[in-house]
Design a protein around this ligand. Structure first.
Ligand code: SAM
Length: 211
């Protein structure tokens, strides 16, 4: 199912600032060399995350699910001089592509890539340290990542979660991933520790603020 009609998506994209030539190259390489290039969040969501980071003044950012580094680079661009993004990736082939682009990016000093299962990396990170967290990895672990996110984010910080609509299947879950997303969405909905709003950007973004 296409959630938003293609002509509307196209228009939204055209009305949004374009990404740098480096990020265009990364998109192209991701399409050519990875089996699931659609995992890359893309220019509109990337600009949206970057805008949130600028507006909130976030300095310490955490991303769970680097893939080839597109969203990490977009978010790094929105950080202040002394800002840093820590990004977690389990798959070495994806992490190798990301690392290569991080190295040639003007934001290389702001990005720290941690390889390996996110759970292991998360357990080493300092409590209430982060201003902004982007969850975008394996859907079955969203509940765990969220609880870790609540531990790691400061009060007033933002947790953004990708694929909240899961191509519409969150409404009528019929497989493991869609059931995990639906369960996760209900967990957030009932969580009085946070304020939340779900947005229909791309595949759905859950925007969650820790009280
Ligand atoms: C949807 S992609 C991330 C897309 C990226 N944020 C972007 O916008 O370009 C999800 C990524 O999470 C990674 N991943 C899956 N399970 C993981 C785990 N247990 N720990 C860390 N990363 C994981 C996958 O290898 C994949 O690269």
């Amino acid at each position: 199912m296409q959630l938003i009609p293609p002509d509307i998506e196209q228009y939204v994209s055209e009305q949004t600032d374009p990404v740098s030539p480096l990020l265009k190259r990364l998109e192209q390489e991701t399409r050519e060399k990875t089996p699931h290039p659609q995992m890359l969040s893309g220019p509109v969501e990337g600009r949206f995350l970057q805008m949130l980071i600028r507006l909130s003044g976030a300095r310490n950012v955490l991303e769970i699910g680097t893939f080839t580094g597109f969203s990490a680079l977009m978010m790094a661009e929105g950080l202040p001089e002394n800002g840093e993004i820590v990004t977690l990736e389990i798959d070495d082939a994806y992490a190798d592509i990301a690392a290569r682009y991080f190295t040639i990016s003007p934001y290389r000093n702001k990005i720290r890539l941690m390889r390996g299962p996110a759970r292991n990396s998360l357990s080493t990170l300092p409590q209430q340290f982060f201003d902004f967290i982007f969850i975008d990895a394996d859907k079955g672990s969203y509940g765990d990542y969220y609880e870790e996110g609540i531990r790691l984010i400061r009060r007033g910080g933002l947790i953004t979660v990708d694929n909240a609509l899961w191509n519409g299947k969150a409404l009528q879950p019929d497989d493991d991933d869609s059931r995990a997303i639906a369960r996760f969405n209900n967990l957030v909905k009932q969580d009085s520790r946070v304020e939340k709003v779900m947005l229909t950007i791309r595949d759905g973004i859950y925007l969650i603020r820790k009280k």
